[in-house]
Ligand binder design. Structure first.
Ligand SMILES: CSCCC(=O)C(=O)COP(=O)(O)O
Ligand SMILES: [Mg+2]
Length: 239
């Protein structure tokens, strides 16, 4: 029996288009304003959040404003899951969510699933987006008639690539199982994601794993469709 559910975010509970056409462009638009304020070459000084996050991009990219802006822009365009980038994105999105310029358009079935499932199972999140960015997304969910829903109380805890490692490695899922006290009972944990590499890694760690198919996601190969359980909607899970 499933006791714990772990959810991916992008392509699973919200459309990839929200990230690629909403969050990433917002980040790139605001980025120059933040980077312009820093002194180059950047050195970690413990006095400014953005300065110290900036220093994490490494000395080869932080010599000048132009170097850093170009480097970060390339990372975003190639959707590189780089820890410093993910931290900086979470930082910059804070204002966008607080002003309601950004609201997370979660799928209706995902909202219903989270609200109903929290009564009987623990729900965790594991996303490449930073824990800060994940919490923002759950705090500012787009509801009906322009309302904002706060789903954060429904989530037990959050994991990202800095807490647990990269999402296509089985070791990351084993580390999460240990954190939540399920290393001896991994089959009671279900992981849901749009990404087959993540599903493969979670299965290797003996979690029950399900591919979530949504419009705009990377299509599955015939082989993947035969290998993994798939759903189009959380209502199909019946848990
Ligand atoms: C939750 S923050 C926005 C999404 C993001 O930056 C990201 O990398 C999402 O990756 P996921 O692991 O949720 O597919
Ligand atoms: Mg995803």
């Amino acid at each position: 029996m499933i006791e714990v559910v772990i959810l991916d975010i992008e392509g699973t509970i919200c459309p990839i288009s929200f990230v690629k056409e909403g969050l990433f462009p917002y980040f790139l638009e605001k980025l120059p304003t933040y980077l312009e304020k820093l002194e180059y070459p950047i050195t970690k000084n413990g006095t400014s959040d953005v300065n110290d996050i900036g220093s994490e991009f490494g000395s080869e990219h932080t010599e000048s404003y132009e170097d850093l802006l170009n480097y970060i822009t390339e990372l975003v365009k190639n959707d590189v899951k780089q820890p410093a980038l993910k931290t900086l994105q979470g930082y910059i999105w804070t204002k966008g969510y607080a002003s309601h310029e950004l609201k997370a358009p979660l799928y209706d079935d995902a909202i219903k699933f989270v609200e109903n499932t929290k009564k009987s199972k623990k729900i965790y999140i594991y996303s490449s987006g930073s824990v800060k960015a994940q919490k923002l997304l759950f705090t500012y969910v787009e509801g009906k008639d322009g309302q904002v829903l706060d789903l954060k109380p429904s989530i037990t805890d959050y994991f990202d690539i800095t807490t647990s490692g990269y999402k296509n490695e089985a070791a990351s899922y084993r580390s999460i199982l240990a954190s939540i006290g399920y290393e001896k009972n991994p089959e009671a944990v279900m992981f849901l994601s749009d990404n087959v590499h993540e599903i493969k890694a979670a299965s290797e760690a003996s979690m029950q794993s399900v591919v979530v198919v949504r419009p705009g996601n990377v299509p599955l190969s015939t082989d993947d469709k035969e290998t993994y359980k798939t759903i189009n909607n959380f209502d199909e899970l019946g848990i």
